[in-house]
Design a binder for this molecule. Structure first.
Ligand code: FAD
Length: 507
């Protein structure tokens, strides 16, 4: 039908720029930009109001930008199938346009149901690839090349008002407020601001200035908040595309090529490291795209059943509350609950502590942390949880030493004292290990487990699995399907010596 309505379903792509479905749909006829608030999604264990707050900022900007084109953003609250059935009745027929979504198990099943519904009702649903992720891939060979080619393509231009035709007469639900009970009732602290304009501002300040100290501070729990890009939530919810961020970064690197002063050289190095991380973003989302089960199952089957029977609720509660007695672990957890972001190394340490020291199953800890992270991206999240819990069978097992991390990354304990007021008056020589003081503290707990004993136990349990017959064959299969194809550095020449205190094991 020539003038069929074209519904552009916005999901994790809250922008007009570099938006293939919008651009292609606009060529076909009247447009109806749509966002669906799905109550069932918000009941999932990994959803939280923090995500909604960030999304809502994005929707407000999207509304403004669409209005400048003479378009309206239609909001509907309800199950997707009901919403589409209503819209079918209201429009008499539509085509559906969207990006492919690599979300959690719930959105995966919802998309299968939408596909079936569309087929049953004669609706064409055209989905476009997103951020270099390739759908339908069986193994990893050739993926990195395909990803780089997609990310190198020119951006889709923004529509102009004469290209967009409004579909008239369709009503919208009001946009729910940030504190609507639909998104849960847990107190969420502060939330990073969202929205397209904010995303562009954050990108520009990172490229122009903040990236100067990127690598130098990336593992420091306090100061990294300023010098890391802070683009993760924007990439997760698509207020910026990976392609536009990568291309802007490459332009900045190119502009520095003519300069050989130390500052320009350092900035180039920092921005190149940032580019690698953008590629990791796509790499991890690709893993979930290829194997949605990694949200629920250990990548390597040998680790199934290893931790589940030993789950200790009291340990879980102490970890969640920032009451383990290990100052840096507790400060990180409290800070995360306060503001929804913490740097990579501290995320890894928090998970390592839960998985090795407390021997908690990652399937219980991962949804809890997903709710805390504003930038919750299922592909990265579950892959990282599995890696930091030692259940992939294809990565070196790294058990973070929380005392060493504390001394290395927060030597003056500024971050610790900020988030653990109970330790404010503890002398510097004891603040990383307050249990060493003669008099125990009344307001802060002693360590929940003994570090050395916990690590000995964890290492023995993991080693048992690695030495099982057939382990390596299964690991090869995991690598074939999900592993990176990047060449490993020549171990003898290039890797740093193993830091025993850090405890990295290559079984
Ligand atoms: C247990 C655990 C869970 C994590 N969960 C998430 C998550 O849900 N969402 C998320 O975006 N990141 C996650 N990360 C990865 C990383 O910690 C964050 O991407 C990063 O801290 C976000 O801050 P930034 O944007 O300032 O990062 P930058 O260092 O500025 O990096 C730029 C971008 O690269 C990507 N990136 C950075 N580090 C990684 C990484 N190790 N793996 C994959 N992509 C990376 C992100 O998109 C990030 O925005 C997780 C890491 C761990 C250890």
């Amino acid at each position: 039908m020539v003038n069929r309505v074209n519904i552009v379903w916005f999901k994790r792509d809250l922008r007009l720029a570099d938006h293939a479905p919008l651009w292609e749909a606009a060529k076909r006829g009247p447009l109806m930009p749509l966002y669906i608030v799905e109550p069932e999604l918000w009941k999932c264990a990994d959803s939280s109001r923090r995500h909604w707050c960030f999304i809502r900022d994005g929707l407000i900007d999207l509304q403004k930008d669409l209005r400048s084109l003479g378009l309206d953003l239609i909001i509907r609250i309800g199950s997707v199938e009901t919403v589409f059935a209503d819209l079918l009745a209201e429009t008499g027929g539509f085509s559906l346009w969207s990006h492919q979504e690599t979300g959690n198990g719930w959105t995966f099943r919802r998309d299968l149901a939408v596909k079936a519904w569309c087929q049953g009702h004669g609706i064409a649903w055209r989905e476009f690839t997103s951020n270099g992720v390739v759908r339908g891939l069986r193994a990893r060979d050739g993926w990195a090349k395909a990803r780089d080619a997609a990310i190198g393509q020119p951006l889709y231009p923004e529509l102009s008002s004469h290209q967009a035709t409004l579909c008239v007469g369709i009503g919208s639900d009001p946009l729910p407020q940030k504190n609507d009970p639909l998104f849960g009732s847990v107190d969420i602290g502060s939330v990073q601001a969202g929205g397209r304009q904010e995303g562009l501002r954050v990108l520009s300040s990172f490229l122009a200035d903040r990236s100067r100290n990127y690598l130098q501070t990336i593992s420091k729990p306090g100061i990294s908040a300023r010098h890391c890009s802070r683009l993760s939530a924007h990439l997760t919810f698509g207020t910026l595309s990976v392609r536009e961020v990568e291309q802007a970064t490459r332009r900045e690197i190119d502009s520095l090529l003519a300069f050989s002063d130390a500052d320009s050289v350092a900035k180039r190095r920092n921005l190149s490291a940032f580019l690698s991380r953008l590629a990791w973003h796509c790499h991890f989302v690709q893993k979930l795209e290829q194997q949605p089960q990694i949200e629920y199952q250990c990548m390597h089957p040998a680790f199934e059943g290893m931790r589940e029977p030993h789950f200790r609720d009291d340990f879980f509660e102490a970890w969640k509350a920032g009451q383990t007695g290990y100052p840096l672990v507790d400060a990180c957890m409290r800070s995360l609950k306060d503001n929804g972001w913490i740097t990579f190394r501290m995320r890894a340490m928090l998970v390592s502590f839960a998985s090795y020291h407390l021997w908690l199953d990652w399937r219980k800890t991962a949804p809890f942390m997903a709710g805390l992270f504003t930038d919750y991206e299922p592909g990265i999240h579950y892959s990282q949880f599995q890696m930091q819990s030692g259940v992939t069978g294809i990565n070196a097992v790294r058990m973070y030493n929380p005392i060493k991390q504390s001394i290395d990354q927060d030597p003056e304990a500024r971050f610790i004292r900020r988030y653990i007021p109970e330790l404010r008056d503890v002398p510097a020589m004891f603040v990383h290990e307050p249990w060493r003081m003669d008099r125990p503290l009344r307001s802060y707990p002693p360590p929940i487990v003994d570090h050395q004993a916990a690590i000995r136990f964890a290492k023995a349990e993991i080693a048992k699995r690695w030495s099982r017959p057939g382990f390596r064959d299964e690991a090869r299969e995991v690598h074939e399907k999900l592993g990176s194809r990047k060449k490993q550095p020549n171990r003898r020449q290039k890797t740093k010596p193993v830091d025993k205190k850090q405890m990295q094991f290559d079984f």
